[in-house]
Design a binder for this molecule. Structure first.
Ligand code: UD1
Length: 314
């Protein structure tokens, strides 16, 4: 993507800031973030960058932004990313995870936006729920177990329907478990690997919910940024949804072992009850996105090694 005007919602967060820093080299980027988990210090300094502190639940703010700018691309990454947080606060998370998508889609429909080449919505592997049939492909059954998964699925369908009915060009990704630099560990609802790194640094015990035999498909941030740009620019991807993962699954117990091997340190583990709505096994089939040119640059070990080097843990 070059010489374009781009909106990144959640652009100060983990995935958003990584994407924005890459886009800033050749483009003008407008970032909207409420700084609930993000931080503007995640972003490089650039005259191409406009930072707006505010929430995507603020319709007036979004309206003002859409009046002021005609975007070529929009990446809607602002969300409450935690599945468990949505179980604790279903209504508040719904406003962020679903209503904001509707607001953006309506603004695009009403403005009859002519410059927009693509809106990319970030959905989640959580939409598949706990179906025992693995790996999960885009054709697998959808069994959302939490408010988070429902909101992601509804948003994902809604962007597709705005594409089909109103000509708003959209695509959607289903992220598996993304990890890497700048993932904020501050909340008990943060991503597992970010919490693990934080515990390592502070010599704190890590809590495992369940027996640690649940598995995830952990995908490194650089590959996710690559996938987002691919989906925004691929003609074939318009109106479609794609898994973004590695196609490999790792249990939390295996992860702890690999972690201790790479870092050469031990960590104390406390076991607690499984979280409500938690999925046991999750792994992607990435055939669909590979078909349009995606290729993982990192497997779990090389991605984790790069991340731990960044964190000074190896
Ligand atoms: C994660 C993402 C979600 C994404 C989804 C896609 C986060 C916070 N969540 O959800 O945005 O849509 O992947 O698959 O990034 N766990 C512990 N101890 C902890 C924290 C977590 O044992 O301190 C366990 C959880 O119970 C779960 C696993 O680790 O079994 C992963 O949890 P988490 O990192 O919150 O991710 P998901 O719920 O898979």
């Amino acid at each position: 993507i070059k010489n374009s005007k781009i909106l990144v919602t959640g652009g100060a967060g983990f995935i958003g800031s990584s994407l924005t820093n890459k886009l800033l080299v050749n483009n003008e980027v407008i970032v909207v973030d409420d700084l609930s988990m993000g931080n503007f210090s995640n972003l490089v300094e650039s005259t191409n960058l406009t930072k707006i502190e505010g929430s995507v639940t603020d319709k007036t703010l979004l309206e003002e932004i859409f009046i002021k700018y005609n975007f070529d691309y929009i990446f809607h990454l602002a969300a409450v990313a935690s599945v468990a947080d949505s179980v604790a606060r279903p209504f508040e998370t719904h406003l962020v995870n679903f209503d904001s998508t509707m607001t953006i889609l309506e603004l695009l429909r009403n403005n009859n936006n002519k410059t927009l080449k693509r809106l990319v919505f970030s959905s989640s592997a959580a939409v598949y729920g706990d179906d025992p049939i693995l790996p999960k492909s885009e054709m697998s059954s959808i069994k959302p177990l939490t408010p988070y998964a429902i909101d992601k699925f509804a948003s994902e369908r809604m962007v597709s329907i705005y594409n089909n009915l109103y000509g708003v060009p959209t695509s959607a990704t289903r992220f598996f478990n993304v990890y890497g630099p700048k993932q904020n560990p501050k909340s008990p609802y943060s991503g597992f690997i970010s919490i693990l790194v934080d515990c390592f640094k502070k010599n704190k015990k890590i809590t495992i919910f369940g027996n640690g035999e649940q598995s995830r498909d952990f995908v490194y941030i650089d590959d996710v940024v690559q996938a987002l740009i691919l989906l925004a620019t691929s003609e074939q991807a318009q109106g479609e949804v794609y898994n973004v993962g590695t196609g490999k699954q790792v249990t939390l117990n295996e992860l702890l072992g690999i972690f201790q091997d790479i870092s050469g340190k031990n960590i104390e583990i406390v076991y607690a009850a499984l979280r409500e709505g938690d999925i046991i096994h999750s792994v992607s089939d990435i055939g669909k996105i590979v078909n349009i040119g995606f290729e993982n640059k990192f497997d779990f070990k090389s991605g984790l090694a790069k991340y731990l080097k960044y964190e000074g843990l190896r």
